[in-house]
Design a protein around this ligand. Structure first.
Ligand SMILES: [Zn+2]
Ligand SMILES: [Zn+2]
Length: 460
């Protein structure tokens, strides 16, 4: 059975703060560069984007869409000299809705993904939603619509349509966010809670962190890029096998027996996400959860309230000290974007010419980025670059250095010590592969051991 990679949350050029190049052809070109076969359309409630979708894509029996014409994808990524094809690429109708409303005496700000099984349903949904608020100004509309009522509207539109709460731990805009979310899924979706079967974990958390909380055991945890530009596609994604169809994907996420299987997710190292630790960006302050408790949640520099990160929030809501992988929850792999790996090796920024040249060469030699990161044997990569091969070996084994993100500041993952990179630059080879003596300290191994808190003691 053929595996395929799906990125189910992206945006178009009609969403705020996105790249102006984000057309279906540009998305298709980057999907080919990355090795993605199923891509969200994003933003389908936006009138102009829907016009674009109808002009460029055609509906298939499977509930998915494909490009109508066979476009020259090469002109979308002019730096790439190889060949790209959209032959096997399909789109799934998906949009993100931002709900801002009052419930239980608090302002809630929650993002949800809405999936529609065909164009007709998408249009009916859009016309109903148009009565609630303005869909023109943003591809990700901001509405005063209670998330429960949004879900009801989706279910009434088509029995196959479904909702997935987006990046559930992001402090400002999510189901469990520390700033404006809920402590329980049921408080948000009430009587319709059982209609939710999947959750998007977001960049700053991975499935293992979510396994700390037994309340999430029966949900399928998915991951997507939430890309605002082509090059970010697939930075997180989902792996399926079998039939590529709307109902297949839906049933696989519900973990029903069907022609499609959900095999797990492709993840960021969560430390690389923007809201991993607690912190205050203006003061360059980042704190581990326990240290935040010590300073009572206030910035030690300026006294303002710290932005509570994802790790801390998960510790707060979870009920296990160590993660337990629920039965029939698949595993996942933690990756670093190839351009960042190359950037560390070459010693120039991710946008620099030198970096791009090596990135391009690797894509031509070994095929789509996600294959290089996940599958290509290290021995093959060695033929092209020894240090790149070593970097990818370390990444795959979790032997990485983690510089954690906080309060909107991305973290960084590196595979080498500055000294190793110096030695390499001067032509000396440091220890490689299994013989590597690099000390990663406690960076490797079980990361998410939740510290015992006062609450645990009183509950016992
Ligand atoms: Zn969002
Ligand atoms: Zn501060």
């Amino acid at each position: 059975m053929q595996n395929f990679i799906a990125d189910l949350h992206i945006h178009s050029k009609f969403s705020r703060a996105t790249s102006k190049n984000l057309t279906s052809h540009n998305l298709a070109a980057w999907a080919a560069v990355k090795g993605i076969s199923l891509l969200a359309t994003g933003d389908f409630t936006h009138p102009q984007w829907m016009e674009h979708i109808q002009r460029e894509l055609e509906q298939e029996e499977t509930g998915l869409l494909r490009l109508k014409h066979n476009p020259h994808l090469e002109q979308e990524v002019p730096w790439f000299t190889g060949q790209l094809s959209a032959e096997n690429l399909r789109f799934i109708l998906c949009t993100e809705i931002s709900s801002i409303y009052k419930k239980g005496g608090k302002v809630r700000k929650i993002h949800n993904l809405v999936f529609m099984p065909h164009l007709d349903a998408a249009q009916r949904f859009t016309s109903r939603l148009g009565a609630v608020g303005n869909l023109h100004s943003d591809g990700r509309p901001i509405l005063g619509l209670d998330a429960r009522n949004l879900l009801e509207m989706v279910l009434e539109t088509d029995p196959q349509a479904f909702v997935v709460p987006a990046h559930i731990w992001t402090p400002w805009f999510s189901l469990f966010g520390s700033k404006s979310g809920f402590d329980r899924l049921e408080d948000c979706f009430e009587d319709l809670s059982s209609e939710i079967f999947a959750l998007e974990t977001g960049l700053s958390s991975d499935p293992e962190m979510n396994w700390l909380w037994s309340a999430l055991d029966h949900f399928t945890l998915i991951s997507n890029s939430d890309a605002h530009s082509g090059e970010k596609l697939g930075r997180e994604a989902n792996v399926f096998s079998g039939e590529m169809s709307f109902s297949g994907v839906r049933s696989a996420l519900q973990r029903k027996k069907c022609a499609t299987n959900f095999l797990g997710t492709i993840e960021f190292y969560p430390e690389e996400g923007k809201y991993f630790l607690d912190g205050h960006r203006k003061c360059n302050v980042a704190l581990e959860p326990l240290d935040t408790i010590k300073v009572q949640g206030l910035c030690p520099e300026c006294g303002k309230q710290l932005t509570r990160g994802v790790l801390s929030r998960i510790f707060e809501l979870s009920d296990r000290q160590v993660p337990i992988q629920p039965e029939n929850q698949p595993h996942f792999s933690s990756l670093v974007p190839l351009i960042e790996i190359v950037s560390e090796i070459v010693g120039t920024g991710p946008k620099a010419k030198k970096t791009l040249t090596m990135y391009e060469q690797l894509l031509r030699d070994f095929g789509p980025e996600l294959d290089i990161l996940r599958i290509t044997p290290v021995e093959e990569l060695q033929k092209s670059s020894k240090i790149l091969a070593e970097s990818i070996r370390r990444m795959r084994q979790g032997q990485v250095f983690r510089h954690s993100g906080y309060d909107g500041e991305y973290g960084r993952i590196s595979m080498f010590t500055p000294q190793e990179l110096q030695e390499f630059k001067h032509g000396r080879m440091f220890s490689f592969g299994k013989n590597s003596t690099t000390d990663f300290g406690d960076e490797v191994g079980l990361r998410w051991r939740r510290p015992v808190t006062e609450r645990d003691k009183t509950e016992r």
